[in-house]
Design a protein around this ligand. Structure first.
Ligand SMILES: [Zn+2]
Length: 141
């Protein structure tokens, strides 16, 4: 048996106006994926915001047999630009960890939990980006 090759998805999402309960649907490329889109209810003319969905097609080596599915996108806290405070010594382990903790805080982590995760995953020679990524993954377990 061979795997079918993915060519295209068709997704219909059914939504409802909270005012008059009229249903409407959005399809494929009408489905907002990054920023909310807007819809005026045909029945009562209410302006409705449609929050973005994530549409993922699982392919290539993944065992999941599920069809393409649309799930409401998780709201991600956008990190603010890390503000460089005066580091102890640029490039030192200490300042790298401090910067990583600062970035973690912009993701909404507390100072202590961020510091703990950063210290746990830190090894000499890693980049700031790597350090933050690894520390963040500590919270995904
Ligand atoms: Zn309506």
């Amino acid at each position: 048996m061979k795997d079918a090759v993915f060519s295209e998805y068709e997704v219909d999402i059914h939504l409802q106006c909270p005012n008059c309960k009229k249903y409407f649907r959005i399809r494929n490329y009408e489905i907002p994926q990054d920023t909310p889109s807007y819809h005026n209810c045909l029945e009562c003319s209410e302006g409705l915001a449609i929050q973005p969905f994530t549409i993922s097609v699982l392919q290539d080596g993944k065992k999941e047999k599920s069809p393409p599915k649309a799930t409401p996108a998780k709201k991600k806290k956008k990190p603010k630009k890390a503000v460089a405070t005066k580091p102890d010594a640029p490039g030192s382990a200490n300042s790298l960890m401090k910067q990583a903790v600062q970035i973690m805080k912009t993701y909404g982590f507390g100072y202590r939990e961020a510091k703990k995760a950063v210290e746990k995953v830190y090894y000499a020679g890693m980049s700031l980006e790597e350090l933050v990524k690894k520390a963040l993954s500590e919270f995904e377990k």
